[in-house]
Design a protein around this ligand. Structure first.
Ligand SMILES: Cc1ncc(COP(=O)(O)O)c(C=O)c1O
Length: 466
């Protein structure tokens, strides 16, 4: 017998343990502290063990359950950054996908998996108003932004053959850090990134954008792209997409929309995301507001020929030998990845299991819960809302009228106390110099009661730290 062989019965026994542990975790989830009481020493002692020479068998499988004692539990009150809770039916697809172990490079290597991924890409594009876009799943919004900007560079400052030169990319002050990273990696140079100010609602100021472009044109700087955000990381602001698209068209710049956080809100509130369809490329994170287990993001684009020009590099071993539009299709001709896992299966299963309506309702509930949280904050004079609530990020602070430095210190203490108590997990943000408590609801488990508990915990932390 090959040394790594596992009989069907052995697999069933191991899988039963995993299923049991997973179901038990879900059953007790709401009682778990959102932040486990652990430490570097405790995690090292639990997991940093020597590699066993002999196999531990089912004990190794059971040992995995210890992980649940050292984590950030995905309850309805885990609301930091932009983090979903992982829809569990989708998690089952991840197991099956790994067992099937398809390499989703091209139809000829994984006929069903490629067809399912192309189907899911079409479903999601249509669901957010981008009918006709193509694309592929990626590990995250950072990879999707990198790929979108690689296409931008190839379209306006082709670099694949002769290497990259400077190229100007226009972003707002609120842009996600993955964009400056991409600009650097693509050799465009961060010194050539123009950071455009935002208005009172943290949206890109379109007049300032036009002025910056005009200045660069006069100086004969090569413009490459505008990156607009559909849901900024800090406040969830949506840049004025139609106006930005108009500027992109007028000045012949690529328009990449970073919709990693907010684009999927178009399922429930399409009016907020008007103009998404004007993007040349668009990042959409399914592991955020489609509630999918990590990792799962999507890059959409409208020009497949350009994707091919950006990413295709044919060598003998990947020759496709088919002109058929289905059987000759290869993701590696439109993506930076070659070997790819079967990410689409979880979206496919989860959407088919629950139906599109349930997802629309879950997103609508999160949007409403954010307004509920905002209303509670606005109703209490001791608290101050620090930014408009456009999507589901709510930035606020406790404010007793102390000086700015004291308020920043006090709110940092309040946040540390909330985290340490472990019922709720928020994150921090800096809003025009003010330390903010930040709740971001992209969570299918969050209930209206959870939102009330958030504020109970904040009030309690204010008392305990006074
Ligand atoms: C607006 C925005 N863009 C990009 C990203 C990066 O996405 P990922 O963490 O999936 O790489 C995030 C992550 O929170 C985000 O909020």
């Amino acid at each position: 017998m090959p040394p790594l062989d596992v009989s069907p019965d052995e697999f069933r026994a191991a899988a039963d343990r995993v299923t049991e542990a997973s179901a038990g975790f879900l059953e007790s989830l709401d009682d778990l502290p959102t932040v486990s009481r652990t430490s570097g020493a405790a995690t090292a002692s639990a997991f940093d063990a020597p590699l066993p020479e002999e196999g531990l068998g089912l004990t190794a499988v059971s040992d995995m359950t210890e992980i649940a004692n050292h984590l950030r539990a995905p309850t309805g009150r885990r609301l930091p950054y932009v983090v979903a809770s992982g829809e569990p039916v989708a998690a089952l697809a991840d197991l099956y996908a790994s067992v099937l172990n398809q390499n989703v490079t091209a139809w000829r290597s994984a006929p069903a998996a490629v067809t399912i991924e192309r189907t899911v890409v079409r479903w999601l594009a249509e669901a957010i108003g981008c009918r006709g876009f193509s694309g592929s799943l990626t590990s995250g919004g950072s990879a999707a932004n990198l790929m979108g900007l690689a296409m931008a560079r190839e379209s306006r400052a082709a670099a694949n053959e002769d290497g990259a030169g400077a190229g100007v990319v226009y972003v707002s002050e609120e842009v996600h850090m993955s964009v400056p990273k991409a600009v650097a990696l693509l050799g465009l140079g961060r010194a050539h990134m123009r950071v455009i100010p935002v208005d009172a609602g943290f949206r890109m100021d379109v007049r300032a954008l036009e002025t910056a472009i005009a200045v660069d044109r006069r100086a004969e700087k090569r413009g490459v792209a505008i990156v607009a955000s559909a849901g900024t990381i800090t406040t969830g602001a949506i840049d004025p997409l139609p106006a930005v698209a108009e500027v992109a068209r007028e000045y012949d710049l690529w328009l990449h929309v970073d919709g990693a956080y907010g684009a999927l809100a178009a399922l429930a509130a399409p009016e907020k995301l008007a103009g998404l369809e004007l993007a040349d490329s668009l990042s959409v994170d399914a592991h955020k507001w489609l509630f999918q287990p990590l990792d799962c993001s999507l890059l959409l684009f409208r020009d497949r020929e350009l994707a091919n020009r950006t990413f295709a590099y044919n060598d003998d071993y990947v020759t496709l030998f088919s002109d058929d539009p289905v059987e000759g299709f290869a993701f590696f001709e439109e993506s930076l990845e070659l070997s790819r896992r079967f990410r689409a299966l979880k979206i496919w299963l989860s959407l088919r299991y629950h139906g599109a309506r349930a997802f629309r309702q879950a997103i609508a509930a999160n949007l409403r819960q954010a307004q509920l949280l905002r209303d509670v904050i606005e109703g209490e004079p001791a608290f101050e809302l620090l930014a408009p609530v456009e999507l589901s990020a709510v930035c606020f602070r406790w404010n007793d009228g102390a000086d700015p430095a004291t308020l920043n210190r006090r709110n940092a203490e309040i946040l540390a106390c909330i985290t340490q108590r472990g019922r709720v997990l928020l994150s921090n943000a800096t809003i025009r110099g003010a330390f903010a408590l930040r709740a971001c609801i992209v969570n299918h488990r969050t209930t209206d009661d959870d939102v009330r508990i958030v504020m109970d915990e904040v009030r309690e932390a204010v008392k305990l730290t006074s």
